[in-house]
Design a protein around this ligand. Sequence first.
Ligand SMILES: [Zn+2]
Length: 347
Amino acid sequence: MAFNNMEEFITNLPKAELHIHIEGTLSSEMILKIVTRNKIDFPYKSVKEINKALAMRIPGLKGFLDHHYLVVSIIQTQADFYEITYELLRKCKENNIVYIEIFFDPQFHTTREIPFETVINGIHQGRLDGSGTFGVEANLIMCINRERSVESAFEMLAQARPHRDKIIGIGLDSYEEKNPPRKFAEVYLRAQEDGYRFTAHCDVDQVNSVEHIWECLDILKVDRIDHGINSIEDPKLMKELKRRNICMTTCPIWRSTDPEPQDIRRIKNIYEFGLLVTLNTDDPAEFDSGYLTNLLMEVQEKSDYSKFDIVHFMKNAFEGSWLSRSAKDDYIKSLLDYAAVHGVNMA
Ligand SMILES: [Zn+2]
């Protein structure tokens, strides 16, 4: 009976993704294409060399980011931003992702002398055309690079103001060490006046991770935390996350050397505690986990989740999204209809 097949169930499941960086979606083929088009002197000359460099990078957040920014620096023109966004929406279609919220990092580009307009116009148009072609709804989240100055973050906010209608929310990412959330208290306060939604990365196992999550709640006033799984170490924090119904976008990604998806045990504990936790791919081109269907299949198997659990995670994603109440309800209804047809009762 095909309908009892978990692989087919996950493949066709209507999905939402809330934690994915546009700069982390460049396939090796796309990198080579852009490098050639822009005539860039890049250290790796073939898909094979690019793949090898990816596999050899140093483990941990810093090793990941150092390699990530080397690759991202090849993006230069509006056509580049357009193409990578359009391609991401094609990937969404392949993965049956019907709704996606996409991070982008303007400061990394503007400090390379690329105008903010080039970044936002390319991504925005790629999103519009991709949505039209592939039938995927997408919103954009602008991230503050936390290792940069508060002044630089304010400057980005000002640059974004004429494009306010293209951006749904503000996030915080990049090198977390020595850059706690409280550093950007005033920026978030100012962004509140512009009406943005708020999230922030609290990467896994950083120095003062738990303290950082508290700061996101109490100082930045976020309604979402990206990663944040160290909250499991503080029972009071867990209760508070539940009380405020904070959505946590976890990323059980893996590299070829990992025996299983990262952090799946802690994620399961958080899920069983009843938090609004979601499963996401973070930087799908930079990890072996890849895109959402593949990630969900492996996590389901390794964590022994039922179809009910997988639908529950996806319901959390629609619930934790920044869509309007009525749009959330429509997506959730489709999801629950899908579940019911496959014998999964979510009531
Ligand atoms: Zn991330």
